[in-house]
Design a protein around this ligand. Structure first.
Ligand code: MRU
Length: 364
């Protein structure tokens, strides 16, 4: 996608062919800066501290993290250490484990002397595949938006939660890919953007990237969605996912479940942009998905641009109040209208997913 008119991905190889560059997402929307990752430790820190975040991008960053590790040491021990270190950064998004398994599978069968080049090659492949997957999700989801437009002849109002935009992937986004394609096709769209406390990925990231692309949008507090749905102001919800079970239970940013309940109560379709690598074929019950708990300071404090042009952090809560910070929740399959994958739109069920991914029948 474009930033200030220039095309960008969220992660790329620097001119030296070895260092990895990322957009520092902790500085957006107030500053657009890039960071260089020079080592596996650096890559692990970038994922843990959410300089890169979003399930597909975490996977891509982990893949490059393995490549950076191979730059220093191509032994079996170094490969295992790198995979372990990167896997420990964030527990919920399955793409992380998927990318590490993929990288290890490719590298372990090679002689140590071949591993460094192969690691960079495969990491680049994972990035390119993510872009292709998201583009296909966009094409498949576009039909949903154009159907609403053809039916109503009016601006299509969408609601999204968190950031499942291009910043959460290598490019295009999952939930946003159909929106960008609809906008580019001349369909009038407007997006209600949940701010997404506590880290405000909606207010800071989704709003920023939609704005960069010229997509009409309005930031709302997380609790406004139900009210808007009651008043007929949402045609379609599309969110992303960090892990979806083989039975179609969708884990995504905390608060997604409440949106799905409100959508169900109001007859608003609730769709999920789902790349194949985000499906956990080993799980049948969303309650078995590990839910990341983050630093409670994300709840008790808030940061923003102050009048003096500096980003400042202030405290919201009384001294001594306990806080809890569950980062994700699970929306049961019965509340999901459909899963927009790169292979088509599936009902949120084992049969629905297997119809699109028949090669997984043995593992599901
Ligand atoms: O904690 P984050 O910002 O990494 O969480 C991101 C989300 O929950 C996204 O909705 C999800 O990763 C899908 S990204 C296409």
């Amino acid at each position: 996608m474009k930033v200030g008119g220039a095309p960008f991905r969220t992660i790329w190889l620097a001119d030296d062919g070895e260092t990895v560059e990322i957009i520092d997402q902790t500085r957006l929307p107030h500053a657009f800066t890039t960071l260089r990752l020079e080592s596996v430790d650096h890559a692990a820190r970038a994922i843990r501290d959410m300089e890169v975040r979003g399930a597909p991008l975490i996977g891509a960053a982990a893949a490059y993290g393995v490549a950076l590790a191979m730059r220093a040491d191509t032994s079996n021990e170094a490969l295992d250490r790198a995979c372990e270190k990167l896997a420990a950064t964030r527990p919920t998004a399955i793409n992380l484990r998927w990318a590490l398994d993929d990288m290890r599978g490719v590298l372990i069968s090679l002689k140590p002397g071949q591993r460094c080049d192969a690691a960079y090659w495969r990491a680049a492949g994972i990035c390119d595949e993510d872009v292709a997957i998201n583009r296909a999700i966009g094409e498949n989801g576009l039909k949903l938006i154009s159907d609403v437009w053809r039916r109503t002849g009016a601006t299509v109002n969408l609601l999204t939660h968190c950031n499942a935009g291009w910043l959460a992937t290598v490019d295009w986004g999952t939930a946003t890919a159909p929106i960008y394609m609809a906008h580019d096709a001349g369909i009038p769209v407007h997006v209600w953007v949940d701010e997404t406390r506590p880290r405000n990925q909606g207010a800071s990231l989704t709003a920023w990237e939609l704005g960069q692309h010229g997509v009409d949008h309005t930031v709302i507090v997380d609790n406004a969605g139900g009210h808007l749905m009651q008043h007929g102001q949402v045609d379609l919800l599309i969110t992303g996912t960090d892990r979806t079970t083989a039975t179609g239970d969708v884990c995504n940013k905390i608060g997604t479940y409440l949106k799905a309940l409100a959508a169900h109560d109001n007859g608003v379709p609730f769709y999920v942009g789902l790349p194949g690598p985000t499906i956990d074929w080993t799980l049948s019950d969303g309650r078995d998905i590990p839910i990341e708990q983050r630093d409670t300071a994300e709840v008790t404090e808030i940061s923003g641009l102050a009048g003096d042009g500096k980003v400042r952090t202030v405290t919201l809560t009384p001294d001594g109040s306990a806080a809890a910070n569950f980062a994700f929740d699970v929306t049961p399959a019965r509340l999901v209208t459909g899963l927009i994958t790169e292979r088509g739109i599936a009902p949120a069920s084992r049969d629905g997913l297997l119809a699109l991914y028949p090669e997984r029948a043995a593992s599901a």
